[in-house]
Design a protein. Structure first.
Length: 436
């Protein structure tokens, strides 16, 4: 496993926001292990921290922005690309305004600042997001496909094709993302837009400070008032944006991404899908390997006994807030003898009972409920989505809504695989347990 990294000392970048034109200073600072990348707006009375994560992305045109409440930070992708490619896992990035400096429209200034500050190892393992299965997202003729590889790095193949009438000819570029490759091939590739788009943005009050020498504007006769740094600078910058957006997973990506005409919105959607796959796989692993309470321990909390103890084990418990339990449904369950002999289906009332029992385990974690038993008061919003059959593993999750000394209110759901099978809100009265 590779170690985590942070920067060794502080570094600064100054400039004006690409879209807002706002003067801003960005200060990179070291951060402890497992912090991730956190932006901090310091221009208000109280600093506002915004984690660089796809869950904080707010919708914007032609850029990536993140938000915490009413405050946002615009155009983070070029900075995020530099951090991703230079293997900076943990950093705090302070800003005196609401948008990162546009600089020359590339990642060059961010790369230089980070390297001048130095990148150092930390005493903790890196937690990459390893692509383990093919994931595809698309919108119109744009698409992204993430596929597994046998290498511990990120590889990108980008096909930029605006069609036979496009102002940019078709460009294809492949990159293995390393520090050297990024610095030499990608970091200086600048953002670009078409002349009509430039007019629309300035008419909307965006980028009014920019001239043709500041950005790459492409017209019918080619670049207006400027020139390309690479013949295929457009596709290289698309890769830069993609590297930055992928880092919104909150961890480095290992695998291969094949892109065709994707933009920021589709990049974000791929990150969300990859995180969903990761969570599903991690959850499956926990279900296979974790036991917080086994059947013996459950019998010490619950009064139920065969054939009515409907939880095999508890695999997660978070104080008195949340619990996850498992019921392995076998053909030998006694209720299958009559429900139904020729078409065995687990009775819905027993699914509810299993969720209620797990709720009792969760409520018993509260100190005031020591020596008490949860007795059912009411069930609301009960829904059954599909049948539970022999061979299924019923996974139940319970979350508390409100807990008092004498009552408990919980929200429950039960799944088989990725499918929701039942849900309910259950209220309990906490009563003294009978002596055994």
């Amino acid at each position: 496993m590779k170690p985590q990294h942070t920067i060794q000392s502080t570094a600064e970048v100054h400039g004006r926001g690409l879209f807002t034109g706002e003067e801003v200073t960005v200060r990179f600072k070291p951060a402890p292990v497992d912090t991730g990348i956190v932006f901090v707006r310091t221009d208000g009375q109280t600093p506002v921290r915004i984690r660089a994560h796809v869950g904080n992305v707010t919708k914007r045109a032609r850029r990536t922005s993140i938000r915490n409440g009413t405050l946002a930070i615009e155009t983070v992708e070029h900075c995020m690309a530099a951090l991703h490619a230079l293997s900076v896992d943990n950093a705090e990035i302070e800003l005196t305004g609401g948008e990162l400096p546009g600089c020359d429209g590339s990642s060059r200034d961010f790369v230089d600042a980070i390297l001048n500050a130095g990148v150092v190892e930390q005493q903790a393992e890196q937690h990459p997001l390893v692509i383990t299965e093919t994931v595809r997202v698309c919108e119109g003729d744009a698409e992204l496909i993430a596929v597994p590889t046998d290498t511990e790095d990120l590889n990108i193949l980008y096909d930029l094709d605006y069609g036979p009438d496009g102002l940019v000819p078709r460009q294809i570029f492949a990159l293995r993302v390393t520090e050297d490759n990024f610095r030499n091939e990608i970091a200086t590739a600048r953002t670009f837009l078409f002349e009509e788009e430039a007019r629309q943005f300035q008419a909307a009050g965006l980028g009014k400070h920019l001239t043709y020498s500041d950005v790459v504007v492409i017209g019918t006769q080619g670049v207006v008032g400027n020139e390309f740094r690479f013949p295929d600078e457009c596709v290289r910058h698309k890769i830069l944006d993609l590297i930055g957006d992928l880092y919104l997973a909150g961890r480095p990506i290992h695998g291969k991404v094949i892109a065709r005409k994707s933009g920021h919105a589709l990049n974000h959607e791929l990150v969300r899908m990859l995180l969903e796959v990761l969570e599903r796989n991690e959850r499956a692993h926990r279900l296979r390997t974790t036991t917080v309470m086994d059947a013996v321990q459950l019998r010490r909390i619950l009064p139920h006994r065969y054939p009515f103890l409907l939880i095999d084990r508890v695999v997660e418990i978070d104080g008195d807030h949340r619990a996850v339990g498992i019921k392995n449904v076998t053909i030998n369950e006694p209720f299958f003898q009559g429900h139904y002999p020729t078409q065995p289906i687990m009775p819905g009332v027993l699914i509810l009972e299993a969720m209620a029992q797990l709720s009792g385990v969760l409520l018993a974690q509260k100190l005031e409920h020591t020596g008490k038993v949860a007795v059912l008061l009411s069930m609301d919003n009960v829904k059954f989505r599909r049948a539970v059959l022999p061979g299924d593993q019923l996974v139940m999750e319970v979350r508390t809504v409100r807990v008092k000394s004498r009552t408990g209110h919980v929200r429950c759901n039960a799944t088989v695989g990725d499918a929701l099978v039942a849900q309910a809100e259950i209220k309990f009265m906490m009563v003294d347990a009978e002596p055994s």
